[in-house]
Design a protein around this ligand. Sequence first.
Ligand code: KG4
Ligand code: ZN
Length: 347
Amino acid sequence: MSEPVVLGIESTCDETAAAVVRGRSLVSNVVASSMDEHARYGGVIPEIASRAHAEAFIPVVSKALADAGMTLADLDAIAVSAGPGLAGCLAVGVSGAKALALACGKPLYGVNHVIGHIAVTQLQFGPFPPDTLALIVSGGHTSLLHVKDVARKVDVVGSTLDDAAGECFDKIARILGFPYPGGPHIDRHAQAGDPMAISVPQALTNGRSGARHPYDFSFSGVKTAVARWVETQHAQGGEIPVDDICASLAESVAAVLSRKAIAACERYDSRTLIVGGGFTANSQLRAKLLEEGGEHGVHVRIPERSLCTDNGAMVAMLGVNLVEAGVRPSAGDFPIDSAMPMSKIVM
Ligand code: KG4
Ligand code: ZN
């Protein structure tokens, strides 16, 4: 099998998505989102998201196959996100994928969604160099990973000790009155503000805690500091300089993420940094990573924005890697794992 053809299915949070990948080519890519149904609650409501997956599953998968001009019989395998994510949401995608696999007699892989965010970069940049470093930044995860072999061995180098970067942005966005998810709003306002206007703390970068946690992150202090600053400003009856707050926050978070990621590349002697996860759609982070990478001779692979947020292509691409590596498919009774560890690539 020279170029495996894999259908990837994603349902970890609010996107029901399916895509077909052949080798390193994206053949079709369909994403349905239930975000509009959650926006008024200020966050994703698992029960609503699960129902939306149940409704969207067949239409989305059917469209992905139709757009590819294929039927299930044309596939070499099916891959589905088995975790980490919302349990009820994962259960819909995994059960649907199991039914499809059983019906067409194709192998099924229950894969790690987060590793999918890394795998997807191959669609744009080709196969990984060996021993690559990866920075994953999403609503739920902020991690530095050492990718020895994306199909077989991924180790955690560092991660957030509290909030993920996306979570931190979403919480601050709420304070500033932006609708959920707030990350893209902060991005937009930051472009009009002064990144030096307000001092935003950078945890675990200096002193003893910095030395003890060279590749770990902490963003809960950032959230608290910005919240206090806004409260004080309110109490004094002052204007809230929204653009400046967003610019200072985005600059600070982008700087910490980039500096630690490039430092990890130097420590592991990696000339390439793979970047993935919904937050890597962020303009300030993209610019900072490219700048820092350029200064340190590290080639930064950031996927186009549509491949940063959750999609089926990332799952299908990881499925192709597993088929190519000859990894055994998941057993018929594999469970979902809402807290699937990063070091586990496939169930
Ligand atoms: O990977 P993802 O789609 O879902 C998870 O697996 O968490 O990431 C979603 C996160 C949200 O926190 C959202 O606010 C953030 O990514 N995000 C952004 C931007 N686009 C999405 N954050 C900052 N700037 C953006 N442009
Ligand atoms: Zn994600």
